[in-house]
Design a protein around this ligand. Structure first.
Ligand code: SF4
Length: 269
C-alpha cells in the first residue's frame, strides 16, 4: 500500500527553500498570522486585473474603470483578518496606489499580451520520488495567465510588492520554483508543451507605483532537474522522507512580523 501523497501548492514551493521550518509550520501544521495590509493590497490588485483579463479572454466588454470595482471591493471587504496596526500604509494610500497600478496594468501592460487563460484550474500532478514518497502538486495557476506569442505558449505571472520593479524591470528572483511548478501543472492538465519563456509582470506598490516585466528561463528544469543537478522536487522529497525541515534564521522572513512560527521557534536570534 502506498503512503498518502504530500500535497504542495505551486505557490508555496519558493518558501519551502526560504525557511523549510517555517514552511512546515504554515503548510503542514496550519500556523497562520493575520495578513498584512500590503498583502491585501496585492490581493485586491490581482482581483481587478484578473477580472479585466478574463473579460479580454472571453471577448466580453469590461472597461478598466469598471474592473476597478473589483479592486475596491477586495480592498475594503477582505475575506480574512488584516492587521493595519503599525503598517507603513493607510487604507487611503493603499487605495490610491492600487488604482494607479490597476489602471497602468489595464492600459499599458495587458494589451501587450495575447492571453489564452487566466488563473487556470489544474489537475493535481503526483510525482513518485521513490522510497514511498509521493508529492502531489496542486492548485490553480493563482494570479498567472497563459500567454501565446511567436514562440508558443508560456506563463505570465503578475507579482505585486514593495520592490516588485527595479529600474523598469520586474524582480524575478525567488519566483522560479513557482513558475516551474506552473509549467509542469499546465503541461499535465492540457497536454500542451510550454515553449515560450515565462514572464513576471511586476507591479510595485511602494513609493512611486511602477510596472515592468522580467523573463524567467529554465524554471521547469529547476523543478525536475537535469543530468547535472537534482531538481527541487527531489530535494524537497528528502525533507518529507526524513521529516527534517531545516530552519533558516538568516531568511528575510525571519521576524515576528513575517513568520507565524516565530514564537515557538528555537532557532531564531
Ligand atoms: S523564526 Fe526564523 S528560523 Fe524560525 S521558522 Fe521562522 S523564519 Fe525559520
Amino acid at each position: 500500500m502506498s503512503a498518502e501523497p504530500y500535497k504542495v501548492r505551486a505557490s508555496s514551493w519558493g518558501s519551502l527553500f526560504n525557511c523549510a521550518y517555517q514552511w512546515e509550520g504554515v503548510h503542514l501544521l496550519g500556523m497562520k498570522s493575520p495578513s498584512s495590509p500590503r498583502a491585501l493590497l496585492g490581493t485586491a490588485i490581482h482581483a481587478s486585473t484578473a477580472a479585466y483579463d478574463v473579460a479580454r479572454v472571453e471577448g466580453s466588454e469590461l472597461s478598466a474603470y469598471d474592473a476597478a470595482d473589483h479592486f475596491i471591493e477586495a480592498l475594503h471587504h477582505p475575506e480574512y483578518d488584516v492587521d493595519w496596526r503599525g503598517s507603513d500604509i493607510t487604507p487611503q494610500q493603499a487605495e490610491s496606489t492600487g488604482l494607479v497600478l490597476h489602471t497602468k496594468y489595464c492600459n499599458d501592460i495587458s494589451p501587450l499580451y495575447e492571453f489564452v487563460a487566466v488563473e487556470l484550474e489544474t489537475k493535481p500532478l503526483e510525482i513518485d520520488c521513490g522510497g514511498g514518497i509521493v508529492i502531489k502538486l496542486t492548485g490553480t495557476l493563482d494570479r498567472a495567465r497563459i500567454k501565446r506569442d511567436t514562440e508558443g505558449i508560456g506563463i505570465a505571472d503578475v507579482k505585486t510588492g514593495g520592490a516588485a520593479v527595479s529600474q523598469g524591470v520586474a524582480k524575478t528572483k525567488g519566483h522560479k520554483p513557482q513558475i516551474g511548478t506552473y509549467e509542469l501543472l499546465f503541461e499535465h492538465t492540457t497536454g500542451h508543451r510550454i515553449e515560450s519563456p515565462a514572464e513576471i509582470i511586476g507591479l510595485k506598490t511602494k513609493g512611486k507605483p511602477e510596472a515592468g516585466t522580467g523573463e524567467i528561463i529554465g524554471a521547469r528544469e529547476l523543478m525536475v532537474g537535469t543530468e547535472d543537478y537534482p531538481g527541487l522536487i527531489q530535494i524537497g522529497a528528502e525533507m518529507f522522507r526524513t521529516g527534517l525541515f531545516p530552519p533558516n534564521p538568516q531568511s528575510f522572513t525571519c521576524s515576528e512580523r513575517y513568520c507565524p512560527r516565530w514564537k515557538l521557534c528555537p532557532y531564531h536570534e
